[in-house]
Design a protein around this ligand. Structure first.
Ligand code: SF4
Length: 290
């Protein structure tokens, strides 16, 4: 299999390295995890510099087997829910004076409520300990399609509800074998129909072998599900044993998707090679406070 050389536009700016270490030390102190580290995200420094951090709850082991993802998937790794985690996240967020907090999770199909209670407790603790203008974005799993759990989350009023669709429908079987695009779109649509004032967000990667027409079709499906914010970034395999990258998409194509997305009516389109789901997430504040 031919290994594609990384083009120059994928070189990330090592911003906020000092901040990165401060945050990593604090995470250790509170026994907390971030997806930033686990997913080897190239933007860590910059996000921390912008007062944004993404905490990963419910452990570091997932019950799914997405072939693009570096997260541990071993059954032995599944741990009971850590009930100290919500307060620890709120305390650390207050200590770091974070202004935009993203809470993400592995998928826990082994838990009866898919982990919903932990999300609710994290929101409750942050609202209790942090400043009132702090924004909370939840990046949830598909909850295995359980709409009752979804409605509990929507009623807890996160500022932004995010659920990634990750790739185009044709590639689901190879890239997200246990997931289903229609189930994910239904989660996003139901969140909006449950509370029309809720800001919804989704994201996907490109460079896995999708065609431009498939990307535009996916963006149209997200708009039809009334999604407000979309993120589009370059897929970069965490290792050679993960799903292979098919193409490094040119920045011009990302600009084309951004333009098409704005024409489709998305409030915010983050589309560039190094964009990740939480990258520049704090920009949502402009529509939260609208
Ligand atoms: S559901 Fe999320 S955390 Fe789990 S394997 Fe897929 S991408 Fe990774």
């Amino acid at each position: 299999m031919e290994i594609l050389r990384k083009p120059k536009w994928l070189k990330s700016k090592k911003l906020g390295a000092k901040n990165t270490q401060v945050i990593i030390n604090a995470l250790r102190k509170y026994h907390l995890h971030t997806v930033c580290e686990n997913a080897k995200c190239p933007n860590q420094g910059e996000c921390f510099e912008n007062g944004t951090a993404t905490f990963m709850i419910l452990g570091e082991t997932c019950t799914r087997n997405c072939t693009f993802c570096a997260i541990d998937k071993t059954k032995e790794g599944l741990k009971p829910v850590d009930t100290n985690e919500p307060e620890a996240i709120a305390k650390l967020s207050k200590e770091l004076d974070l202004r935009y907090i993203v809470i993400t999770t592995v998928t826990r199909d082994d838990l009866p409520d898919g982990g919903t209670s932990q999300f609710l407790e994290v929101i409750r603790q942050i609202r209790k300990l942090c400043k009132p203008d702090v924004s909370i974005e939840l990046l949830i799993s598909d909850l295995n399609g359980d709409l009752e759990q979804l409605k509990r989350i929507v009623k807890a009023r996160p500022d932004v509800l995010n659920h990634n669709v990750e790739t185009v429908s044709r590639l689901y079987k190879e890239v997200r074998p246990i997931a289903d695009l229609n189930r994910s779109l239904n989660i996003l649509q139901t969140a909006k129909s449950t509370d029309n004032s809720l800001i919804t967000k989704s994201g996907f990667m490109v460079g896995l072998g999708e065609k431009e027409t498939e990307v535009l079709e996916l963006m149209k499906s997200l708009r039809d599900s009334q999604v407000d914010i979309v993120t589009i970034g370059q897929y970069m395999p965490p290792s050679r044993s993960h799903y292979p990258v098919a193409e490094y998409i040119h920045p011009g194509t990302f600009a084309f998707y951004k333009n098409e997305g704005e024409k489709m009516g998305f409030e915010i389109v983050e589309s560039a090679p190094l964009v990740r789901s939480s990258f520049h997430a704090e920009r949502a504040k402009k529509i939260i406070n609208k």
